[in-house]
Design a protein around this ligand. Structure first.
Ligand SMILES: [Zn+2]
Length: 250
């Protein structure tokens, strides 16, 4: 049904009004780089969809390299020498941490985050929702004359999206782009008596990770025992997140 408007790559400007537009939704799919199209189709809200599209367009050339593994690729990684190397390094960090902090232990989630899980989180995450609303408001503010102009071309949308700088930063990477999707990142959490006391949660950064010194203590163990780990992530601020880059020495 939408083939004709897609072929012209034009969208009625009136569709930018409060009601989400099927045409603009479809235009986002049309503009998405091939590897990201199936993911874009599963993002159900227009603002969230355009926000993800912005990340894909800005990543452009490295998108395929960074794109999260399929279920089959994740399965192939299981039991491989590469996985063994990762688990050995994580175990060394855990051992160092327990020696330095008696009674406390690290819980490292080494499960690779599938694309499906990433999409589900993107669709429900609150910070993504706020950033998505901001993007839609900015889009409407930038094209205020939609009553008098008839059409908005895909090129116009693309250029605007690529240049757009949101004030609100989502706490998640767009689906497909997280380093957790290729075993290139690990979140380390802290346990006491088999209970998590420092979790991978934005709310705990100041009162727990910083105030109780866990960010520093974790960093020390990673520095000593995890030569392939780099971090923690600073944008967004995640003291628990370290990138795993075994082929990059530093
Ligand atoms: Zn992480």
């Amino acid at each position: 049904m939408l083939a004709a408007s897609l072929a012209l790559s034009l969208v009625p400007m009136a569709s930018l009004s409060a009601e989400p537009s099927a045409e603009l939704d479809e235009l986002a799919v049309d503009l998405a780089p091939p590897v990201s199209k199936p993911a874009i189709k599963q993002i159900d809200d227009l603002g969230r969809r355009l926000l993800a599209l912005r990340s894909y367009l800005r990543t452009s050339s490295s998108l395929e390299d960074r794109w999260s593994w399929t279920e089959q690729e994740i399965e192939e990684f299981q039991g491989s020498p590469e996985q063994l190397a990762l688990l050995n390094e994580v175990a060394a960090i855990e051992a160092h941490f327990s020696r330095e902090n008696p009674g406390y232990a690290i819980y490292a989630n080494t499960k690779i985050r599938s694309l499906d899980v990433q999409i589900a989180r993107w669709n429900e995450n609150v910070s993504v929702g706020s950033a998505a609303s901001e993007l839609l408001s900015a889009l409407e503010a930038h094209f205020p004359n939609f009553e008098t102009q008839d059409k908005l071309s895909s090129e116009t949308i693309r250029n605007w999206l690529v240049r757009y700088e949101p004030e609100i930063r989502p706490s998640l990477a767009a689906p497909g782009l997280t380093r957790h999707g290729q075993a290139h990142a690990i979140d380390f959490q802290i346990m006491h008596d088999w209970r998590l006391i420092a979790e991978a949660s934005t709310r705990q950064i100041e009162p727990v990770w910083i105030a109780n010194g866990w960010a520093e203590k974790l960093a020390e163990s990673v520095n000593v025992a995890g030569p392939s780990f780099h971090g923690p992530l600073t944008s967004p601020n995640e003291p628990w997140h370290y990138d795993y880059l075994p082929n990059r020495s530093q």
